[in-house]
Design a protein around this ligand. Structure first.
Ligand code: GLY
Length: 566
């Protein structure tokens, strides 16, 4: 049980309290900074930065460690989006390593015999069918080839992860809790039981017990020795295909050709402006960058200083809802989109949407309430700034907790269930048209991942990103608004209770509702229905201070840490 701090903090709505277990976690440094979701991954990144590696090198080393210590969230069985600012050319690059549906995928793949989507948990998300062709390894190989410092080899970046995988580490409360939560699903897969259950195979390993991952260590050694070939065309590819085809749940038809033909796509990043700042994000197939920018475009129509704190948050919640309606209709794999991204991001469109917002009465903006999103809420984000001024914002995922639940036998990594990020139904209820985000062969499911860079006067100002399914967009926006508009110190901006509105009701964090009597009534008096959520997001952020130092802040909702280089 969380204990709560009794001190009063002046925030948006009077007397908001934060859990007392949330330790001050920000760190300052002059040269470089890494912030990830686990201290071991941060340490690996810092070691690489100290050896002269750059932000890309550090991000890769951290990712492999996350695969070991945070196996519920990301790994080589998944995919990710990588935003990179190259200080030398002053350019921002965006790389799409999203998982891709095999050629055998069909629009009706998640419909049951009755023509309705099969239940999300555990049926839809488990086994072979929801697994997309993993993109992460090729993504990181690609960015290393393009942007590495060349002071550390791709192979050497596996070393910290191999050491932890083979020696083992004590399972955190967070990982132990996730294992317990998913125990009944993980039990369905023999290879998963071998690694994550006790010797008798009866229960998942618990917090404090030592997790050794020999198979994963061996896989990393193979990749370090031979490069990514075995994964996409060789022995590991064969094992992935076999695992998917022979899955004890939802067997499906992935092929070696699906893996061999996987492509990382370099895309034009989303560039927007917000009250004088420049904001960069990931374009489709992520809805993250465009939706974050659309909300900011809407907010720009309101003078922040002329609104009370209560009305600011009302406007913020309404803007999110309006942007989510547009997102859900329009954004998907770019090959399936019928809406022009430039139009989606135009300030004119935002102005028209903003006209519906009334700070004192949300009823016009909210629209009919949508059914709750069905999606995983895991994933991981890391932010890195190196001594040369290069920046990485990298969000990485296997989708739900432990992805599809299935470890590739003998290889030690989970396969993703990313294909459940497609809309399970095929046709839109309103117009009967095929939904742009319906499943399809070789298609990439819509994501919400929002790795974000902000510049002020053309210089780096903020890096942030988060896990959390479509709540990612809200988590990132809360940090942006709290830093850029509320002008809060970084850690406070991260800690502050979050406000989200994806579906027509304002979604608030449970701790905030519990500790702040009257909060629910205040929102209701502005025309909002209130939905209670567990604390959401696990943002990892870096702020660039004017006098030259970097501040890293890890989200107290997780167990991550910043690590600076002096
Ligand atoms: N699976 C999380 C996302 O891509 O948004």
């Amino acid at each position: 049980m969380m204990k709560f701090r009794q001190s009063l903090i002046l925030v948006l709505i009077p007397l908001l309290c934060l859990p007392s277990s949330w330790a001050e976690a920000s760190e300052k440094a002059w040269k470089a900074m890494a912030v990830t979701a686990d201290p071991a991954a941060t340490q690996a990144a810092v070691e690489i930065l100290k050896k002269g590696g750059n932000a890309v090198d550090a991000a890769i080393a951290a990712q492999w460690v996350l695969n070991v210590v945070e196996p519920q969230s990301s790994g080589i069985g998944g995919g990710g989006f990588f935003i990179y600012y190259d200080a030398a050319s002053r350019k921002v690059f965006a790389f799409d390593g999203r998982e891709t549906a095999p050629a055998s995928a069909r629009p009706e793949m998640f419909l049951g015999k009755d023509g309705k989507p099969v239940r999300f948990w555990p049926e839809r998300i488990s086994g072979g069918l929801p697994a997309g062709v993993p993109g992460l390894l090729k993504l990181l190989k690609t960015v290393h080839a393009r942007f590495s410092s060349n002071k550390v080899s791709f192979a050497s970046l596996f070393e910290p992860a191999i050491e932890i995988a083979e020696k083992g580490f004590p399972i955190s409360e967070r990982l132990g809790g996730a294992l317990q939560k998913e125990e009944s699903r993980l039990k369905l897969f023999k290879a998963t039981r071998k690694v994550f259950f006790d010797k008798a195979g009866r229960r998942t390993l618990r917090a404090g017990e030592i997790l050794v991952q020999e198979d994963l260590g061996r896989t990393f050694r193979l990749l370090a020795g031979e490069g990514i070939g075995p994964f996409y065309e060789g022995a590991i590819a064969k094992d992935i295909v076999k695992a998917v085809r022979k899955a004890s749940v939802n067997p499906a038809k992935m092929t070696i050709k699906d893996l061999a033909s996987y492509e990382v796509v370099e895309r034009e990043p989303v560039r927007g402006t917000y009250r004088g700042y420049e904001v960069w994000g990931m374009p489709p197939p992520s809805s993250g960058g465009p939706t974050v920018q659309m909300v900011l475009n809407i907010l720009e129509n309101f003078s922040w200083d002329s609104l009370s704190s209560e009305h600011r948050m009302s406007v913020f919640a309404q803007a999110q809802r309006l942007a989510f309606i547009e997102r859900n209709k329009a954004l998907a794999d770019p090959a399936a989109m019928t809406v022009d991204l430039e139009d989606f991001l135009s300030k004119d469109k935002a102005k028209k949407l903003a006209a519906v917002i009334d700070p004192v009465d949300a009823s016009q903006a909210l629209g009919p309430k949508d059914p709750p999103a069905q999606e995983g809420t895991h994933t991981s984000h890391l932010s890195i700034a190196d001594a040369d001024g290069n920046l990485v914002a990298f969000t990485t995922t296997i989708e739900h907790l432990f992805g599809c639940g299935m470890i590739v036998p003998g290889r030690g990594f989970f396969l993703n269930n990313e294909l459940t990020d497609f809309d399970a139904q095929i046709y839109g209820e309103a117009d009967g048209q095929v939904l742009p985000n319906a499943p399809g062969p070789r298609k990439r499911p819509r994501s919400s991942m929002s790795p974000t860079l902000v510049f002020k006067n053309s210089e780096p100002y903020l890096i942030t990103g988060s896990p959390g399914g479509s709540k990612i967009i809200g988590a990132v926006l809360n940090v942006l608004v709290n830093v850029l508009d509320e002008k809060l110190p970084l850690q406070e901006a991260v800690d502050r209770p979050r406000v989200l509105n994806r579906e027509g009701a304002v979604e608030l964090e449970g701790f905030s509702l519990d500790e702040n009597p009257g909060e629910q009534k205040r929102w209701e008096s502005l025309g909002f229905e209130v939905v209670r959520h567990e604390a959401f997001g696990n943002t990892q952020s870096i702020l660039f201070h004017e006098d030259g130092f970097l501040e890293g802040a890890s989200d107290p909702r997780g167990i991550g840490a910043p690590g600076g280089v002096e």
